[in-house]
Design a binder for this molecule. Structure first.
Ligand code: SF4
Length: 373
């Protein structure tokens, strides 16, 4: 296919069509970030973006013609099978159409860095070519958003943008500086409020564990304080994991930064939730998160969310260790999965083996989850 795609998208956009408006991250300095380190930022021209949209449209038209020839008005399973047999290159867009063809995600890390007028033209062109599209979302840096005016953001909304995903990570200023995030907590708040004022939906990501063992309390408290001021539509939880090649690993190797263990992460999450006062929908939708069932509408579900964390913290040591293994190795999705005796015993066996080998479970799991980074 003759169009570009970037390396990542949020889990909630896994089924979206991707349109790349620029390449990689214009900042690319955050110590903890694994994504773009060896990739250079570059801008894409409006013409390049339009050409990609036209290629996508051509691909969609081809898929639709398969459906029509088979006597269908929509892309169903039979059409997918036919496309797979004859033109497997079209399968990605065929699946997108099969799922309704309504969601688009603009890549890469900071679409707002593009001139607002040009981005707005790209959005309008996208909507012209794909009139059924209802949701267009993107990643953007707070620093970049904070330099835009409400009217510029409103122009993007009028052109079709619906939601902005922002990696806040933390609201604690010394930590933002240490991690070289390139933005202050105040700028993050202003950016979040601007997005909301323009009528766009706002999804903020926070990174549990980012304060390590030293700043976890400040990280939890300031992040809760800043998010309470922004009151975004969504708060998405992520968990810090580091591997070789990521700058933060050097600080870990030097003993300067100490990673949280799973119990520490749960205590941090509890402190964060206790101090959060907002109306956001909270989601824990990432494989690296310890507690996926932390999901609900604030403020009503706050007792439930805290109850989930307490349920984990109140388990006896051995049971918590069993859960950590099962969750991190992919045997458990939720704490309730421990009720499956087969899986529970498998994790007990593994725990015993680690103990016999004298291997520290937290270190074992830290190594294991690097594959997800
Ligand atoms: S701004 Fe985002 S994408 Fe860029 S380096 Fe930082 S975390 Fe990574």
């Amino acid at each position: 296919m003759n169009y570009e795609t970037g390396p990542i998208r949020p889990p909630s956009e896994a089924e979206s069509l991707f349109v790349r408006v620029n390449r990689n991250c214009p900042w690319n300095k955050c110590l903890f970030c694994p994504v773009y380190k060896k990739r250079k930022f570059s801008r894409r021209t409006l013409d390049e973006i339009k050409e990609d949209i036209l290629s996508l449209k051509e691909a969609a038209d081809k898929v639709q013609s398969y459906a029509v020839k088979m006597g269908y008005s929509e892309v169903n399973r039979q059409v997918l099978e036919n496309v797979y047999r004859n033109e497997p290159d079209l399968l990605q867009i065929a699946f997108w159409m099969h799922r309704g063809g309504r969601n688009v995600f603009l890549q890469d890390a900071d679409s707002m860095i593009m001139d607002p007028g040009q981005l707005s033209e790209a959005l309008s062109f996208l909507k012209e070519q794909f009139p059924r599209v209802e949701r267009i979302t993107t990643y953007a840096r707070s620093k970049t958003i904070s330099k835009r005016s409400v009217s510029e953001l409103e122009m993007l909304k009028d052109a079709g943008l619906t939601r902005v995903h922002v990696g806040m990570e933390t609201g604690h200023d010394p930590l933002l500086e240490y991690m070289k995030k390139g933005v202050t907590s105040e700028e993050q708040v202003q950016a979040g409020l601007l997005v909301k004022e323009a009528g766009l939906s706002l999804s903020e990501y926070i990174l549990l564990g980012l304060g390590g063992q030293e700043w976890w309390k400040e990280h939890a408290l300031d992040t809760a304080r800043m998010l309470s001021r922004i009151d975004p539509h969504f708060i998405r939880l992520r968990t810090l994991a580091v591997r070789k090649g990521i700058p933060l690993q050097e600080k870990i190797d030097a003993g300067e930064f100490k990673m949280q263990d799973d119990d520490g992460l749960a205590r941090e999450l509890k402190l964060f939730l206790e101090n959060l006062e907002c109306n956001s929908y909270m989601i824990s939708d990432h494989i690296l998160n310890l507690l996926e069932e932390v999901e609900g509408q604030l403020p009503d579900d706050k007792p439930y969310l805290l109850g989930v964390v307490d349920r984990y913290l109140d388990m006896p040591d051995e049971k918590r260790a069993n859960y950590q293994l099962g969750r991190r190795l992919g045997y458990y999705r939720y704490m309730a999965d421990m009720e499956d005796q087969g899986r529970f015993q498998q994790m007990e066996e593994l725990r015993k083996q680690l103990l016999e080998k004298g291997q520290n479970q937290a270190d074992f799991l830290r190594e294991y989850i690097k594959q997800y980074v």
